[in-house]
Design a protein around this ligand. Sequence first.
Ligand code: XUL
Ligand code: CO
Length: 437
Amino acid sequence: MSKEFFPNVPKIKYEGPESDNPFAFKFYDPDKKVAGKTMREHLRFSVAYWHTMTGDGSDPFGVGVNIRPWLSITDKMEQAKARMHALFEVLDKLDIDFFCFHDRDIAPEGETLRESHRNLDEIVSLAKQLMGEHKVDLLWGTACLFQHPRFTHGAATSCNADIFAYAAGQVKKAMEVTKELGGHNYVFWGGREGYDTIWNTDMKLELDNMARFLEMAADYAKKIGFNGQLLVEPKPKEPTAHQYDYDVGNILAFLLGYGLADRFRINIEQNHAILAGHTFQHEIRLARQNGMLGSLDANQGDYLLGWDTDQMTTSIPEAVAVMYEVLHTDGLAPGGMNFDAKLRRGSFEPDDIFLGHIAAMDTYARGLEIAARMKDAGTVDTFVADRYSSWKSGIGAEIVAGKHDFDSLEKYILDKAPIEITSGRREWVEAEINRFI
Ligand code: XUL
Ligand code: CO
């Protein structure tokens, strides 16, 4: 298929901040080196198939509005193939190296699981061929365990054991195709794993079953030799009132409690973080300091709306905070930054796909450069280190070394006066970001 789906969109190139060409990068310069690596290596951008290719712009109040060239094809499999071809045009033109998908985004569901597997195999072999031709990688694969009515009460946490079995069969296949495509990661987002009211719910059994399911999945990954990272993605609510994978802290406790912490890492999303009442930076920090940072779903929620709007990131302070955390790790690989972001319903033209991604890519490129300069200057890191300097020597170092108990601490402090504390300088610290923008 050599048809061009977006004929009026050129290959997007870096033109610099002075450019007013909407179809150009102003800040994302893929091969530019920042902090010892190219922007491309740091950022590892990925297109989310479900939003960018399959999403139709519908919302709870209205039907789909997106104009997409492949929608005129009525045969479902032919449409799926055209959409897969279109993905590679999007990736080529945006110079993005990765994509992510749910099984049902790329191939239509059949009458039986067997037929769904067959449909999936056909599209996966096309994807594999195109990935080779276009030098594109799969950041992660996953299974959609939430759209079909059978998953109304959840999948691994359904009240119905047959549904648990169905979900197992579906995830087994999704892991196989992720391996087949050389996926760097496999993601478990809880879909409908949670409850709407605790009054009709056996929470203990549901949580035990979720752990059983994840353990079986990790065992199966090992059995088939899938060496990618297994990632759990937190979200506190929506679609259920209470999602079990609430936030990073909750997932950590869950994995530790069930003895699974060494088999999974975490895929963190900005909109999910703020729905949980956290910042994205908090979630990334908590995961990274526990060695659990796996990958990022790079989007942005609306601070005025209480739901998961999955917007393209355009906030530079958000991006600076993310990249500051990332620069304090060895980098995101094998994870990356997946644009789990959909265009606003009003942005329904095909060109908006490109404008939306350019906006987010430029935002993160800017965030990376600013964060790198901040880290280089070292003022914030030095301030934080100084703030905790009492732990480096004297009594602090002794406490850390385990040399004290309540008796010895009382004895030490009983007659000590005055005890001085110093300012946290919150306003200064936050203004440091502005100095580098
Ligand atoms: C849902 C969400 C998912 C996961 C993959 O809010 O973020 O798209 O990222 O299932
Ligand atoms: Co997500």
